[in-house]
Design a protein around this ligand. Structure first.
Ligand SMILES: Nc1ncnc2c1ncn2[C@@H]1O[C@H](COP(=O)(O)OP(=O)(O)O)[C@@H](O)[C@H]1O
Ligand SMILES: [Mg+2]
Length: 406
């Protein structure tokens, strides 16, 4: 008995089982199937639009399409007509994939209202950790509660940069049967702009000397634990210091916290931009949005006003242009940045000078434009706190200048 060929709808249903492994969704949902036709003799022709013509997944998609459609007994042959997406279609498909990743995200202990910013770069030594702690501190000093997750599991430096070395404690928490990790806390700023840093790092678990013991641990597993088993509480922001050059953690984040926005740090050398562009490319593949570029170790201006571009010039802008995102700032190469790191007090907190100013300017840009806090206006507890603090400040002023705490 000869079975009738499938309808177009039936073929489309079969194609929903073909997943683009890179985009993490099926090709129909992603809009990669512009057309299906079925001939009376059972020959099915499927149009497939690839994001780019030379897509390395082409062979796999072909195999999957053929085998899935051939499942129907009425199919005699499967033919594929390949096409390539326009740049608008490509953007559209990325948006869909991002949305899809979001819908299917795993649950974490990070509140949905928390803005998540991961600081990444193509390689180590460009100042990711310095940028992470300085921006986190400068944002917190605007009155926010900011989590800092040191995802550089083996090469952690956040504890030293923030001058914290307390081991993390686990506690029984209401509503959870397992004890949960309590982050180390650091109050920053004062008065109206008093904020809080909540910090987690493997450095608090193992100490700088025993880091090697973690070699065997899966990187993404550790990050997953930090996202799930830490009692973060209500964070306005979570800053993640990413490990250099690895895609694992980015992929893990894309799965667990797909709303993560990436800030890419690069040095000003034009050659460095190529390395950093890889980080941006990886972000695109895992559907993390890149929200800005930060140039670090930019030209240093000495007290005589002479500028020294020790690490070249223009890399930050070039990368920002290439990725199509804003250059959020250029942090000069300045001894105060390294000294602040060694002392465990981020220069952005109390420091003066161009680097401190630039960190604070970028922090303002983040809060005001790039990633404004969620639901700030609706947070009545915070508003009440701010009113109370303002009244206190007024009283203090009325009692004379000696009452000032600055
Ligand atoms: N703008 C800067 N000026 C001076 N030194 C800097 C600056 N940014 C980073 N450094 C120093 O460069 C080194 C590497 O920075 P780090 O933040 O650890 O980079 P990464 O996390 O990318 O490996 C550190 O010693 C740090 O103090
Ligand atoms: Mg680092």
């Amino acid at each position: 008995m000869i079975t009738d060929p499938p309808s177009v709808d039936e073929v489309t249903a079969l194609l929903r089982a073909v997943i683009d492994p890179e985009l993490g969704a099926d090709i129909v949902t992603l809009g990669m199937v512009p057309g299906v036709s079925v001939a009376a003799d059972g020959v099915v022709t499927v149009g497939i639009k690839l994001t780019i013509g030379g897509c390395p997944l082409r062979a796999q998609i072909k195999k999957d399409v053929e085998s899935r459609v051939a499942v129907h007994p009425g199919v005699r042959d499967v033919r594929i007509e390949w096409g390539e997406m326009s740049s608008e279609e490509r953007t559209d498909v990325m948006l869909k994939a991002r949305w899809n990743a979001r819908e299917n995200a795993a649950d974490t202990a990070i509140a949905v209202t928390t803005r998540v910013l991961a600081i990444a770069s193509g390689k180590g030594g460009v100042g990711k950790s310095s940028v992470t702690v300085n921006l986190a501190a400068a944002v917190a000093a605007q009155g926010f509660t900011v989590g800092v997750l040191d995802a550089d599991i083996w090469g952690f430096s956040v504890p030293r940069l923030l001058g914290i070395d307390e081991p993390l404690e686990a506690q029984k928490v209401e509503g959870s049967d397992k004890p949960r990790i309590i982050p180390n806390e650091l109050v920053v700023g004062r008065g109206l702009s008093k904020g809080l840093l909540k910090v987690v790092s493997t450095g608090f678990l193992v100490g700088e000397d025993t880091a090697l013991m973690w070699r065997g641990l899966m990187l993404t597993k550790a990050v997953e634990q930090f996202l799930n088993d830490v009692e973060w509480g209500e964070l306005d922001y979570l800053f993640i210091d990413m490990p250099p050059g690895t895609g694992d953690v980015q992929m893990g984040l894309a799965r667990m916290l797909p709303r993560t926005d990436l800030l890419i740090v690069t040095t000003p050398a034009l050659a460095a931009q190529k390395v950093a562009a890889r980080a941006a490319d990886m972000a695109r593949r895992s559907f993390l949005r890149v929200c800005g570029v930060i140039e670090n170790m930019s030209a240093f201006t000495c007290e005589h006003g002479t500028s020294y571009a020790l690490f070249g010039e223009g890399g930050g802008q070039a990368l920002a242009d290439q990725v199509g995102v804003p250059l959020l700032g250029r942090i000069p190469l300045e001894p105060a940045v390294a000294a602040g790191g060694d002392a465990g007090v981020p220069v952005a907190l109390a420091g003066t000078g161009p680097a401190a100013d630039e960190f604070r300017a970028i922090a303002r840009l983040i809060v005001e434009e790039v990633a404004p806090p969620t639901n700030m206006a609706g947070c009545s507890a915070r508003m009440l706190g701010m009113v109370a603090a303002a009244l206190d400040a007024k009283d203090a002023a009325a009692n004379g200048p000696q009452a000032s705490d600055s």
